[in-house]
Design a protein around this ligand. Sequence first.
Ligand SMILES: [Zn+2]
Length: 249
Amino acid sequence: MSSELGKLIELQKTDTNIRKLKKAIESAEQRRASIEQEFERHASSIREIQAKRDAAQTKRHDLEKQIAENKTYLARADRNLKGSQNQKEYETAMRETDALQKQISALETQVLERMSETEEVERVLAERSDEINSLEANREAALADFDKELAANRKEFEAVTARRHEVFITLPPQMASVYNRLAQRSRDGIAVAEVVGGSCSACFMKLRPQMQVELKTSDKIMTCESCTRILYIAPTAVAPESIAASQDT
Ligand SMILES: [Zn+2]
């Protein structure tokens, strides 16, 4: 492989990394917001359950107040009953006592319903107590991790951008302009494509056998006949079996 091709490959790898980092940095605000939204979704579902519990308790206190009031009326009706002077007064007081007792009993049933509702909600809250207690800490940790990663991305972006410039200026001007033209032309920014399985990895066109041979043997810069990207064959990695075999001997 020629040193120029080696530089082109390095440039391509650097540019691909720069694109990836740029995308991560540009989408950071949005990705951070969606982390916050996810935690807010949990927090709001917890607040909803807590509000349900509070509402049930308020309602229960209200019912108990009504019961107490009705009991006062019942005591008065009882006194009227005992002090009734005639049949008419007696019947009126009796009806009143009856009605109040029914009313109190109905209110007590409602109190029991509210109590079991509160119990059910408390049970759900107890089940989720770990989540509730750790939610804020988890949120802060997730955002801190995110910010740390973003800071690392920014730092790497600066470093690889500087590195790109260093490599780029060592290329012959004509090759540099070919590279730029190819990279700007395609949406993925790929100007230099690896040949994988006998095909161009950018456009997937199968290479003629003759071309594959030339690519392996010649130092010439060659381009894909279909997409015109600069092609290279990565040096084959040594197979693990042959390493083991050489260690045995
Ligand atoms: Zn191609």
